[in-house]
Design a protein around this ligand. Structure first.
Ligand SMILES: [Zn+2]
Length: 650
């Protein structure tokens, strides 16, 4: 990065990133991860070896994490790692790593003194390990530990809470800062490591990881994995359950519980063509296989881009491929996010804005421009809804997350505003130049973690300065550091929504019966139809819609969500028993948080929300519980949510 960019970026940070900190205003330091204790300037972990005993009935993992690391600062003698909710039993170092050691025996490990620092409610406890001097280029330590009920990245489901109902289920959701709750490590996206893992569990269940899964492995309870590409900690993922595999293409397939396997394979049959499309646009897919794991309904996000194995909510299985943009999105992360990664959570928009842009390009190529533009218009509405409630400082792409739980601050801004920014560059520079830029960007930063400022430096050199006079750096700065949607945005439009607007208007005016409208509409048009209804409707109107279109019992989880918002706003009683079932079954935060928020606006809704939540809560992921606690029992929650219900990883 050229110096001029550092200066510009530094100045900007002083202006845009100022924040009162204990009374004093301190600028943000670009690249400094405010959500990790790890002393990454002194030590860098490069490889991780896990040996995990997963006890499904006991709901614990007993683990050994062996970390290989480089000592960047020869005088450093304390390795600091991130942990949260872990019990650390023992820390050992390879005896031959110590300066002056005579032992030739590579297998001898000696105990090292360690202690845990006082826990922080968001960050957890720093694990501090004392290390004697060493001249080895790579050193190793081994940590013996176990997870606890406070290991919030883990969700343990009883057999009853699964689709198959025979075996328990475990899954992890490490993004953003959950990996430290099941592995002691440097839990920052700035650090990348390869990993190997051995997983021991009961026979009859299958373990899968964000690594090289073998579809033909026997379900004997012993599994091993290798992830040869270096990845950040938040992409380490594990699931264990009564899971089976079905191929959908030469390098693609679906893992799911048996009752949903066939439907999932049918729904996601286009995955291979999505990969081919993405490769044509953005360069080779560099991860080997791409499989999809269909999660239990409690999975808190739409999808999680765990490399080689995206974790996907079952709520995208609508039967008609209408919600598979989530697959395009998670696949796109194989380039933006997993290949080129945000260095800190402040830089999340580099992951998500790029991925939303890539998602649209994949959807356009596979399903047509009309489908993609409809989805962009719906995304823009979601962004505008968020902007109504977000403080100006939370409307910027490079957001100040200091002292905040990044999991509770996620909004549509890094996603939809990030996409609008790339749409803007695409429109200004033209498709050919912009595609060349993107491809070069992915090659240049492949397998690296970068900051907003590093991206801006690259943008200057390879687009703004290379094709001068088209876009100024000031315009770019407004996008990255300014609130709201800049006036020069190129907003998506869809002609497919015009007949929907006309039909809605005519129906609201009483000019046409509900059953006469909606012929041939696709899911996105129904979402647009419902999402743009006036807040107040008469019971009779809702009953007419429900009779004509069966919204209360729709199998499309997104349409159901939009319908239930109208049900709640208008206290439409016939919808409430289905709403209760929906809230008790689904744990995807994007779908349920707004419903709880809406319910809490009235006394009757509050009573309903509290009653249903009490029943639903044991089935939700711990992070979902944290977020819904803050909505339904705000006084009792440990932190208040200032997010908007958008999910981290859609
Ligand atoms: Zn994403």
């Amino acid at each position: 990065m050229a110096l001029k960019h550092c200066c510009v970026a530094g100045l900007l940070l002083l202006c845009a990133g100022m924040r009162a900190h204990g009374g004093e205003i301190t600028p943000i330091e670009s690249g400094l991860d405010y959500h990790s204790y790890a002393n990454v300037d002194q030590f860098r972990v490069t490889h991780l070896e896990l040996d995990l005993r997963v006890d499904l009935p006991g709901k614990t993992i007993n683990g050994i994490a062996a970390l290989e690391f480089k000592r960047l600062d020869p005088s450093a003698n304390q390795l600091v790692l991130d942990t949260k909710g872990l019990m650390v039993n023992d820390v050992r170092q390879k005896a031959t790593d110590v300066l002056g050691a005579t032992s030739k025996n590579q297998t001898i490990w000696v105990s090292r003194p360690f202690h845990m620092e006082k826990p922080d409610p968001i960050l957890g406890s720093a694990l501090v390990i004392e290390l004697p001097p060493s001249r080895k280029p790579v050193e190793s330590i081994r940590i013996d530990y176990e997870t606890t009920a406070a290991s919030t990245a883990l969700q343990w489901l009883t057999a009853k809470q699964t689709a198959g109902r025979h075996k328990g289920f475990l899954y992890t959701q490490s993004q953003p800062i959950g990996a430290r709750t099941w592995i002691p490590l440097q839990d920052t996206p700035a650090v990348r490591m390869t990993y190997k893992a051995k997983v021991h569990t009961e026979s009859g269940v299958l373990a899968v990881m964000s690594a090289d899964n073998d579809p033909t492995v026997k379900h004997k309870g012993e599994y091993s994995f290798i992830m040869p590409q270096p990845i950040p900690s938040y992409l380490i993922a594990l699931a264990v359950g009564d899971i089976e595999f079905m191929a959908t293409g030469p390098r693609t397939g679906v893992y799911a519980e048996k009752p949903v396997l066939k439907a999932a394979a049918k729904e996601f049959a286009d995955t291979e063509s999505m990969i081919e499309t993405a490769e044509k646009l953005f360069g080779p897919y560099r991860w080997g296989r791409y499989d999809i794991l269909v999660m239990p309904p409690s999975f808190p996000v739409g999808g999680m881009e765990n490399p080689r194995l995206s974790f996907i909510t079952p709520t995208v299985i609508a039967g008609d491929k209408s919600l598979v943009s989530v697959i395009a999105h998670e696949l796109a992360h194989s380039w933006s996010g997993n290949l080129v990664t945000n260095a800190t959570w402040r830089d999340l928009w580099l992951n998500e804005g790029f991925t939303d842009y890539l998602e649209s390009r994949i959807m356009t190529a596979v399903y047509g421009a009309e489908r993609a533009s409809m989805e962009e218009v719906l995304g823009l509405k979601a962004l505008r809804d968020d902007l109504k409630t977000l403080k100006p400082q939370d409307q910027v792409l490079a957001i100040d997350l200091r002292d905040r739980d990044p999991d509770l601050v996620f909004s549509n801004v890094p996603y939809q505003k990030g996409r609008l920014f790339l749409n803007f560059l695409d429109a200004k520079f033209g498709r050919e130049r912009f595609d060349g830029f993107l491809r070069g960007y992915f090659d240049h930063f492949a397998f690296q973690s970068i900051t907003t400022e590093e991206f801006l430096g690259y943008l200057d050199d390879n687009l703004l300065d290379r094709f001068p006079g088209i876009v100024t750096r000031e315009a770019v700065n407004e996008w990255v550091h300014g609130p709201g949607i800049p006036a020069d945005a190129v907003l998506p439009v869809s002609s497919a929504f015009q007949p929907v607007d006309e039909a809605r208007t005519a129906w609201l005016a009483g000019g046409v019966a509900a059953k006469k409208i909606g012929l041939g509409w696709v899911a996105q048009q129904w979402l647009y139809f419902l999402d743009n209804m006036p807040a107040a409707l008469r019971t009779q109107q809702l009953a007419e819609l429900d009779k004509a279109f069966g919204f209360t019992h729709t199998q499309n989880a997104e349409i159901a969500h939009s319908w239930f918002r109208l049900v709640i706003a208008n206290n439409y009683q016939p919808g409430f028993s289905s709403l209760e079932e929906y809230l008790k079954t689904i744990g995807r935060r994007k779908l349920i948080e707004p419903l709880y928020t809406d319910l809490m606006k009235t006394p009757a809704g509050t009573v309903f929300a509290k009653r249903v939540y009490a029943k639903a809560r044991p089935g939700y992921h711990p992070e979902t519980v944290k977020a819904i606690d803050a909505i339904v029992n705000p006084g009792a929650a440990e932190g208040s949510t200032d997010g908007t219900g958008a999910e981290g990883s859609e």
